[in-house]
Design a protein around this ligand. Sequence first.
Ligand SMILES: [Zn+2]
Length: 280
Amino acid sequence: MFRRLAAASDGASWVDFSNAALGVVRNGTAFHCADELDEQFRSQFLKPTLQGLSAITVVGEISIVDALASLQLVLDRNGLPFFGEHYTREVLDRLEIGCAGSACMLPWAIEARQRCRDACGHWKIPSADNIIAFSSWDISCRDMNFLNAGKIYRADWGATISDGLKDLLRPLQQQVSRSMHPERLALLELLVAILLAFPQADWGIQGNKALSNLTAPPADSSILAACKGEVRTYVSQFPCMSCLVIFCQFRRRCPGVRLEVDFDNAWTSFCGEARCSVRC
Ligand SMILES: [Zn+2]
């Protein structure tokens, strides 16, 4: 019935229903026409959107701006806002972003979850104000190291970062802006720190130019391409499409850095603790 009635442009309903069905199946319960639903969701929504995300990641003939514009057209047609609790893990894996399989977490994410629980205090209805991230990194670039042992990030407009530098990781253009999401803020903080450490390098900063006036270097900046190491990000809610776009741009700009991402479903859990077992 759902497959007959849901519009091809109603990606929000498709992704919610497909994730719900997949969750039921993975719990060992039969779900009528689950295979057909899965197949249609994949062909109609997952596959074309994943192709668009891959084009952002791979250094090739198409620029980041053009790849983003192409993906935007796909999303304007299918209305897909995210991949949801179950399909996101598969998408991250296909984008070569480290992620645990279903029903498990990456080992470092256990502490990250706890730090987010401590920071939040208690479960709330998920919103931009209370979805938080915990990011850490260990990066080397030429003769310098950039270490973040782990820090909480909340949604923020990044007022101290110029609009030009924010172009390092461009969000999708959506009716409700996702540009302040904590995943983007954390990665922007890292990239800006690296670039400011090499002011005379290949992106044209001369002297003490104000941070508010700086612009992003080209996508093939040799400084960012020289970075090696690892970035780990846990988010209390599965990443939205705009944040997946951010991850893809980060991978393209820093191909030598392994990006690992883990997450929970903030509607059903309090950073991994079942919602029904925590006081609301
Ligand atoms: Zn997001």
